[in-house]
Ligand binder design. Structure first.
Ligand SMILES: Cc1cc2nc3c(=O)[nH]c(=O)nc-3n(C[C@H](O)[C@H](O)[C@H](O)COP(=O)(O)OP(=O)(O)OC[C@H]3O[C@@H](n4cnc5c(N)ncnc54)[C@H](O)[C@@H]3O)c2cc1C
Length: 376
């Protein structure tokens, strides 16, 4: 148990991952087409054994992978995370047949996964989702409706689709289905977003599914979704910490070299103190992410609160750090192709997805007041 510095072995693994990201993954990322799934990159993540680790590692290892990859190649980080998000429900709730068919393909990078929860009318309020599983005989349904802002759609090979099986039952009437991309009636279109990762909308028109496609229990899909998000929430924070550290290091390097007013930018106290503030906040976020992930691995009762705190603090911190890094670099940071121009586009979305910052505050407050139950 550590409180909190990493073991030497963990530190060495992070350094190895950063080197792999810079040397093996970044060149593949640069060859990818923006907004599309980069299959050679996903395959390389598989060949390096990193995708397999999504299903064999705990939450802390997941955080270390995401932070280290994000530091040197956000595209690789996101490709890895999306394989995990899309296929974790299969790993955690799939039948032996579902697991045997899909997990080896997701792990070697030959199948691309996606997690399809959000809809045009149901984002933060995911329990309001309306994509409907209409009964079509015993153990059979037809899925009809839309999903929106689904990362890796419409190019993924398998989708975890959350659908309404019991009308009017809110969170208790949702079922998770594993839907292979080649099912009849499933189509989609790409969306052009600020964040440089593949994302799209799905249109389901009477897509046939059976009991063999259900992940977990019928009407138990919300538990599948929330269990997946509880695991991934601290690791979104880790992604943010990796980006913040990359922005901070670039800023240290730049301000130590840039000449102005007869010295270096770093000689100006206002600049040096700003860099110190960026480092302070990045480290605080990192510690909270590691602590939340360790709590998850230990099965602690306060995981929802700590995961929400870690995701909230780290994503808001990364936005702060990247913004100030841009400021301290001046105009060059806004030039297309600059690391900070890229991070500036990347850093915005994590404050919205997997629970917007306001939703995290809601979770934290709910958990705090829960302990006062029975108070007058
Ligand atoms: C880059 C990117 C990738 C994504 N990938 C996926 C994916 O792979 N799968 C998937 O299912 N979804 C994905 N999403 C969708 C994402 O989960 C939703 O955008 C998110 O849940 C918020 O929903 P919304 O956009 O509809 O915003 P809304 O729910 O309409 O909320 C808008 C804003 O209202 C405020 N708000 C909302 N609820 C509350 C509240 N309870 N208290 C206080 N304020 C509140 C917040 O400021 C919030 O940002 C992705 C989104 C982005 C941007």
């Amino acid at each position: 148990m550590t409180a909190f510095s990493l073991e030497p072995g963990q530190r060495a693994w992070c350094a190895e991952l950063r080197a792999l990201a810079a040397d093996r993954l970044r060149p593949l990322a640069e060859k990818g087409e923006p907004g599309h799934v980069n299959r050679p990159l996903v395959a390389e993540l598989g060949a390096l054994g990193l995708l397999r680790r999504l299903f064999t590692s705990g939450a802390l290892d997941l955080c270390l992978m995401r932070e280290s990859l994000a530091y040197a190649c956000t595209e690789a980080e996101t490709a890895l995370a999306l394989q995990g998000l899309g296929a974790h429900p299969v790993h955690a709730h799939g039948t032996p047949e579902q697991r045997e068919r899909w997990l080896p393909l997701v792990s070697d990078g030959s199948a691309v996964a996606a997690f399809a929860l959000s809809e045009p009318g149901a984002g933060s309020d995911a329990a309001a989702l309306s994509l409907t599983a209409h009964p079509d005989g015993p153990g059979r349904w037809r899925l009809t409706g839309e999903k929106c802002w689904i990362s890796n759609a419409p190019e993924a090979d398998l989708y975890t689709v959350f659908a309404r099986t019991t009308p009017g039952a809110g969170a208790r009437g949702v079922t998770a289905f594993l839907v292979p991309a080649d099912r009849s009636g499933l189509t989609g279109t790409g969306l052009d977003m600020l964040s440089p990762h593949p994302i799209g909308a799905l249109d389901l028109d009477a897509v046939p599914v059976t009991a063999a496609d259900v992940l977990g229990e019928v009407d138990g899909g919300f538990r599948v979704a929330m269990g997946t998000l509880n695991l991934f929430r601290p690791s979104v924070g880790a992604f943010a910490v990796g980006m913040a550290q990359a922005a901070l290091d670039a800023t240290l390097d730049h301000t130590a070299r840039r000449e102005a007013f007869g010295g270096r930018l770093s000689d100006l106290q206002a600049v040096a103190h700003q860099v110190a503030e960026m480092a302070l906040r990045t480290e605080a976020a990192r510690l909270m992410v590691y602590a939340a992930a360790t709590a998850y691995d230990a099965g602690d009762a306060d995981v929802p609160k700590r995961a929400a705190m870690a995701k909230l603090l780290a994503t808001e911190t990364a936005q702060y750090v990247v913004d100030h890094a841009v400021q301290l670099h001046g105009a060059r940071a806004l030039q297309r192709g600059h690391l900070l121009e890229h991070l500036y586009r990347e850093v915005r979305a994590p404050r919205i997805y997997e629970g917007a910052s306001e939703v995290q505050r809601g979770i934290i407050a709910k958990e705090l007041y829960k302990n006062l139950e029975g108070a007058p």
